[in-house]
Ligand binder design. Structure first.
Ligand code: ATP
Ligand code: MG
Length: 253
């Protein structure tokens, strides 16, 4: 038994654990109630994808790792669901690719911003040397209403590569219009967020983030040419088609 009162051998263990973490996130003021709905949508897609990392998603995770290594100013965006599900894993990834983390919320309140930043500090952000941005929201994404457009000028505002897990479609589009290379983690291959990404990773964030970190560690001393070749050979449409095809065929193990 661990975090929840269900044995790890339970066939739905992972999904019960995920629900528990999101619920706890809401109780702690990290996750908004809207986050519960996003979780439900994600779970449905994960079920249809067989609750495992598709080969196409693994390839996407590798391309994401290469892109993050190539970046000059990489930023990993963290919202309420991400903070509840994978706080330590996001810090490990940021440390592996020398990225900053920006707390960036769709339903932004100062209190929730501060609670999430404190939660990331509790998970060792400072010890890992990972800067936490977002508390100063002094730049704007074009074409969005005031609250939803806020970003940190020293974070996402000036980043060249951004990882935006579970991001809303409008904001994902605004980031790509600004010319940023976007890596999206989203279990729904039909979502606008996934479709606007340079690198869409159609996988559960619980599996995807540690997987990107593993690839990043493996590619740590790879030559720039090799990293560029990995990014160039990645085809975002093929990755989305592979995930959608798996769902439509119902052809699961
Ligand atoms: P759009 O179609 O404009 O992109 P949306 O309706 O998808 O918008 P939300 O419901 O806010 O917008 O997005 C939440 C997304 O996050 C959903 O696509 C859902 O599949 C995905 N999601 C939820 N939980 C997870 C998870 N654990 N891992 C990966 N993706 C997740
Ligand atoms: Mg979406």
């Amino acid at each position: 038994m661990s975090e929840i009162d269900v044995p790890e051998s339970h066939p739905r263990y992972q999904s019960l654990l995920t629900r528990h973490r999101i619920e706890e996130g809401v109780d702690k003021g990290i996750t908004s109630r809207q986050g519960l709905i996003a979780e439900g949508r994600g779970e449905a897609f994960d079920y249809l994808l067989g609750e495992e990392t598709l080969p196409s998603a693994d390839e996407a995770a590798r391309a994401a790792a290469a892109l993050l290594h190539l970046a000059e100013r990489p930023v990993l965006s963290v919202n309420g669901n991400v903070a509840a599900l994978v706080p330590g894993e996001m810090i490990d990834l940021a440390a592996a690719v020398d990225a900053a983390i920006e707390v960036n919320l769709f339903n932004r309140t100062d209190e929730r911003m501060r609670t999430i930043a404190a939660h990331l500090r509790d998970h060792g952000a400072e010890e890992a040397g990972v800067p936490i941005k977002g508390l100063t929201a002094d730049a704007r994404l074009p074409g969005l209403d005031h609250e939803r457009s806020k970003v940190d000028a020293g974070g996402i505002g000036s980043a060249d590569v951004v990882l935006v897990p579970l991001e809303d479609g409008d904001r994902a589009e605004a980031l790509s219009v600004m010319g940023k290379s976007e890596i999206v983690i989203d279990l729904n291959p039909l979502s606008r967020s996934a479709k606007t990404a340079a690198v869409p990773i159609v996988d559960n964030i619980l599996r995807a983030v540690p997987n990107i970190t593993e690839h990043a560690q493996e590619l740590e001393s790879a030559a720039t040419d090799d990293l560029e070749a990995i990014v160039r050979s990645f085809d975002p449409e093929a990755a989305l088609d592979a995930a959608e095809g798996t769902i439509r065929s119902g052809d699961l193990e």
